[in-house]
Design a protein around this ligand. Structure first.
Ligand SMILES: NCc1[nH]cc(CCC(=O)O)c1CC(=O)O
Length: 319
C-alpha cells in the first residue's frame, strides 16, 4: 500500500493539559505547513495520571500518563498520539506494537528551581536547611539528596500549571519546587525559573524537552506521513538516551538518567549518564562519546560503564 499524504487524514490523540495542548498546537502548525491538504483531527484523551491525585506509584508510575493513549492507539480509535518523551515508560514497561514516528526538535533540557510568588531571590544552595522542595521524580529527589542534603524532597502531584498555582497559594505542601524549563516555557512561565541547573551536573530526565508522535508499528502509512517531520539530530539524542536507560533496565521509578549531546558537526554523540542512590549516597557517573551513526551503541557502552562501576546495587535500591 502506498501512503498518499494528500488523501488521508490524521487522527491524533493528546492529553488535555495546557502543556500538552501547547505542544500539540506546535506540532499541528508543523504538520499543516508540510501537509496543507491533509485534515488533522485532534482528540483529547484524559489519562489516569491527570485524574488521580495521590502518589503516582499507586497507579503504576509514569505509565499512568500513557496507558489510555496507548489503548486508543492500539484499538484504532486514533492513528497517532503525541507525548513528552520523558513521560513515556521505558521499553520494558510498554506494550509492544507502538513505534515513534516523529521526533520534534529538542527544547531546553534543563530543570529549574521555582519559588512561590513574592519569595526573595534564592538558589538551592542558599535556601535554609529543611526547606521542603516539591518534586515527584525519583531522579530529582535523589539529585537533591546527593547535591543538597540539607533540603528535603517532598512529593507533589498535579499538572505543571496547577502545581504552580498551589505553590503560590501555599497549598502545595512544599516551600519551593523543581520544574522543567521547557514545560515552564510552554506555559509562558519561564520567568518563574529562579535558578537554572547545569545539565551536566543536575542531569535532566532522559528525553527531556523532546516531544514525540507515535503510531502503531504495523501502520506504515501513518509512519510514512510522520517520518518527514522528524528532527534527525534530536532522534540521535533520543536514541542514545533511550538505549542507555534500556541497557540499565531502568524504569520510571529508577533514579537514573542519560543526557546526550552532539558536537557542532553532529558526527559525534556524547552521553552523560548517572545512576543515583535514592538514599543520597554518591552517584555513579560516566561520560562516553562515539559516532553519531551508532547512538544505541554509545548508550549501551555508557550503561555498561555504569554497571562495571557498581551501579547494579543502586538500580535495585528503593528508598
Ligand atoms: N513530568 C511532567 C513533564 N513532562 C514533560 C515536562 C516538561 C517538558 C519536557 O521536558 O519535555 C514535564 C514538566 C516537568 O517535569 O516539570
Amino acid at each position: 500500500m502506498t501512503a498518499s499524504p494528500s488523501t488521508r487524514s490524521l487522527r491524533l490523540g493528546t492529553r488535555p493539559s495546557p502543556m500538552a495542548m501547547e505542544q500539540t498546537d506546535r506540532f499541528a502548525h508543523a504538520f499543516r505547513t508540510r501537509y496543507p491538504h491533509v485534515p488533522l483531527d485532534i482528540v483529547t484523551i484524559t489519562s489516569e495520571g491527570d485524574q488521580h491525585r495521590g502518589p503516582l506509584a499507586q497507579i503504576g508510575g509514569k505509565g499512568a500518563f500513557t496507558r489510555r493513549a496507548d489503548e486508543h492507539l492500539l484499538n484504532g480509535s486514533v492513528a497517532a498520539t503525541i507525548a513528552c518523551a520523558k513521560d513515556l515508560p521505558g521499553p520494558h514497561d510498554r506494550k509492544p506494537g507502538i513505534s515513534t514516528g516523529a521526533v520534534l526538535p529538542r527544547e531546553d533540557v534543563r530543570d529549574a528551581l521555582v519559588l512561590p510568588a513574592g519569595h526573595p531571590p534564592a538558589t538551592l544552595a542558599s535556601l535554609p536547611p529543611r526547606t521542603r522542595v516539591g518534586t515527584s521524580a525519583p531522579r530529582r529527589a535523589a539529585l537533591l539528596k546527593a547535591l543538597h542534603p540539607k533540603l528535603i524532597a517532598v512529593p507533589i502531584r498535579g499538572n505543571a500549571d496547577s502545581r504552580l498555582r498551589d505553590l503560590d497559594s501555599g497549598v502545595l505542601g512544599a516551600d519551593v519546587m523543581i520544574a522543567a524549563l521547557a514545560g515552564l516555557r510552554r506555559l509562558n512561565l519561564a520567568d518563574r525559573a529562579a535558578e537554572i541547573f547545569d545539565p551536566t551536573v543536575w542531569l535532566p530526565a532522559s528525553g527531556a524537552g523532546i516531544v514525540v508522535i507515535e503510531h502503531r508499528t504495523d501502520d506504515h502509512a501513518t509512519g510514512n506521513v510522520l517520518a518527514p517531520l522528524t528532527h534527525s539530530a534530536t532522534r540521535i539524542l533520543l536514541n542514545a538516551e533511550r538505549a542507555t536507560l534500556a541497557a540499565l533496565h531502568g524504569n520510571c521509578l529508577t533514579a537514573a538518567s542519560a543526557y546526550a549531546t552532539l558536537n557542532p558537526a553532529a558526527d559525534f554523540v556524547t552521553v552523560h549518564a548517572v545512576v543515583l542512590d535514592p538514599e543520597g549516597g554518591t552517584p555513579i557517573r560516566t561520560t562516553t562519546t562515539g559516532h553519531a551513526d551508532y547512538p544505541d551503541a554509545v548508550g549501551q557502552l555508557a550503561a555498561q560503564q555504569l554497571l562495571d562501576a557498581g551501579a547494579a546495587h543502586l538500580l535495585g535500591a528503593r528508598p
